[in-house]
Ligand binder design. Sequence first.
Ligand code: GDP
Ligand code: IMO
Ligand code: MG
Length: 451
Amino acid sequence: MTLTIVGSQLGDEGKGALVDRWGGDADVVVRYQGGDNAGHTVVEGGAEYKLSLVPSGAVRGTVGVLGNGCVVNPRTLFSEIDGLRERGLDPDVRVARRAHVILPYHRVLDGIEEEVKADDDAGDEVGTTGRGIGPTYEDKAGRRGVRVADLLDPGVLREKLEYAVPQKRAIVEDVYGLEIDGDEERAEAFDVDALHQEFAAIGERLADEGMTVNCSDYLHRRHEAGDEILFEGAQGTHIDVDHGNYPFVTSSNPTAGAAAVGSGLGVTKVGDGEVVGIVKAYLSRVGEGPMPTELDGDADEEALADDIREKGGEFGTVTGRPRRIGWLDLPMLRHAARVSGFTGLAVNHVDVLAGLDGLKVCTGYELDGEEIDTVPTTTDRWERCEPVYESLDTWAEFDSAAVAEEGYDALPEAAREYLEFVADETDTPVYAVGVGPDREETVELVNPFDA
Ligand code: GDP
Ligand code: IMO
Ligand code: MG
């Protein structure tokens, strides 16, 4: 069967922790979209691993695949693999030959576009991770991308670079009016010979290590053989390029439908499995865009956001930026549950909300005098939404390790009520509850591989 893990909010919901938790029961873990903009944390016995590209089953020793829907920066991939090897792991990663490659000029272009947007005071910069994600997906859609397969053939690679690089150069110099050759790092990113040398060598390493696959064929065969396949979504529903808060989004589809498209395993195979939405018990956002329940109204709210941020370690895994904090937003979860067809939820960070003086959940919005229960389609309308809150009982601090060991009934009563409220409002059962970052600090009600 298959299990698809999807972020139900704005990313960083703790997807890595659940992929690790259930990755031991999977035979293959597949990323189907995104690239090294992801930062997935796995904590095992106190040892913390931060993974951007290597699928989070690696800590369990499960083979990882980067599907055709991913954009792959091979520099990041190899440095991550090397780093994990130094720590005693032996990650087995396969990369789809149809996946697109993030080249150095994509990162430069990402940075330039963000700077230009920030400078024009219109407030339309996205706050990207600067990893070149958007420009690489643009080239994929524009049919000028370089794919992993192209790295394996130096002649083809040269042709592709000779076509793409002059165009990119012209954008920087003629559209943005910026210099390339005055800056050594930038000059190298637009130098066909230098790029060819580096990326052909990367192709050789990929070939030597037998790392590339025809992803669809590979997964089809594994599935036919009865293997369990876990799809690891990156980012989250509300930064999905179609279903999220456009244009404050990433450039791919984190939602579950993309697991089929981004891997080549058929929709009927993926759709026959489980889809678990990962929920943070409150809300965090890194980057720009609306957030109706953000705790930034007055000094008290800001102090509360600071406390939650510190306690929850809410600083970006990839960029280190402090994450914005807000109350749980149910309209967002309803949208996420519908778009991906969640069969279960995993609610993380329940420990972080312990010991608060008051606890609120947004159950709907008021917009132009009307009450609505889902997220409007435009940024402008979402920004104008006033949250409608329900206050719930708070719970005291508890011993996470003991609760995780004893099970669901050992959670404080008010925490269970909170979880049941979320399950009711989204019409989706809770499969797991996160009470701490460690693999063992998860209360499991249902293992989706047994569901
Ligand atoms: P991802 O991108 O969805 O995988 O999430 P990140 O790894 O970026 O951010 C989640 C952070 O919360 C990481 O530091 C995790 O170790 C941590 N975490 C995950 N689940 C829990 C939980 O239930 N409680 C606490 N306190 N931390 C958690
Ligand atoms: P994981 O997988 C949270 C955000 C960026 C920015 C927007 C676009 O760890 O949950 P991009 O670099 O993708 O073009 O940036 O998306 N973003 C994330 N936010 N978690 C992530 O990944 C994210 N990946 C991208 O902050 O607002
Ligand atoms: Mg993350």
